[in-house]
Design a binder for this molecule. Structure first.
Ligand code: PTJ
Length: 262
């Protein structure tokens, strides 16, 4: 679909088009389109910009990925459709493995996502077919199936755009979980070790850049970043930001003016 360059909501419509294209390619599920709508609503409340609390979480996330012995990027349909190039770039900078992990798992989708990532430069993609042979304990959705070389043995897992149960299960296994979720109140956001409250399309390129920058730093500097990070404080700042923004909007004039409005 051609979206006019002057359309006031052009960026948002282009993101939707990427998801619709992903849906047509068999990468995104219809439920993923609904999930995106929920995300859009929170993005609106966040002013559709990366806020300072997200930048702080991005810095901690980059440090955690660089410090990890066995980092893994978990990829679902929406993330693959929206930021395939950034997934590959982040994996290169941090040495993280890429693993497909789906809530609505089918062999066709696993392969379509792996092919799509490889088209964007990925080498090996874990979690496809028989490779997803291990199980996360206490998890009953299809997300429990993981690669014994990937998420099962990972010490740090990046889970962009997730549904809550698995984050909790991964934390119980002692792993560091980094979430990217526009909703600071979701179970994922609250269960993660580090939560980036931002749109995955803005957060991922920033995370790649931060990892490139921090890669030059010493281990002790990276550890200092992690030790000074408090996820509860970051989540509260996100909720306060939404509260303050709504308070300020509620006391301003909201109606759009047009010539002849009277
Ligand atoms: O590809 P699959 O089979 O693994 O399924 C993927 C979906 C997204 C359908 C599945 O994980 C799901 O149902 O997720 P939920 O429970 O709807 O949660 C998605 C979360 O991501 C919600 O909290 C949304 O606010 C948030 N979200 C949606 N779009 C974005 C987002 N967060 C960051 N960036 C976005 N673009």
């Amino acid at each position: 679909m051609r979206i006019p360059p002057s359309h006031p909501r052009r960026e948002s419509l282009l993101i939707r088009e990427k998801l619709v294209e992903g849906f047509k390619r068999g990468i995104v599920v219809p439920e993923g389109l609904i999930a995106h709508g929920r995300g859009e609503c929170f993005d609106y409340l966040l002013g559709e910009k990366t806020q300072l609390f997200a930048l702080e979480a991005i810095k901690a996330a980059a440090a955690a990925l660089l410090l990890a012995d066995h980092p893994v990027i978990s990829v679902n349909g929406n993330t693959a459709a929206l930021v395939p190039g950034d997934i590959v770039r982040l994996s290169r900078v941090t040495g993280a493995l890429i693993e497909v992990n789906l809530f609505y798992r089918t062999r066709g989708r696993e392969e379509a996502i792996a092919d799509w990532l490889k088209k964007h430069g990925a080498g090996e993609v874990l979690g496809v077919g028989d490779d997803a042979s291990a199980t996360i304990p206490e998890l009953f959705s299809e997300r429990r199936r993981v690669s014994p070389r990937g998420i099962l043995v990972a010490d740090t897992v990046l889970v962009p755009l997730e549904d809550g149960d698995r984050t909790e299960a991964l934390r119980k296994m002692g792993k560091t979980v980094i979430a990217i979720d526009l909703n600071p109140l979701s179970r994922t956001s609250r269960a993660a070790s580090i939560t980036i409250v931002d749109n995955v399309v803005r957060a991922m390129p920033l995370l790649v850049r931060e990892a490139e920058k921090l890669k030059r730093e010493s281990k002790s500097i990276l550890e200092k970043i992690i030790n000074g990070y408090d996820n509860d404080r970051v989540l509260r700042r996100a909720v306060e930001f939404i509260r303050d923004r709504l308070t300020s909007l509620a006391s301003s004039r909201l109606i759009l003016d047009f010539p002849g409005n009277g």
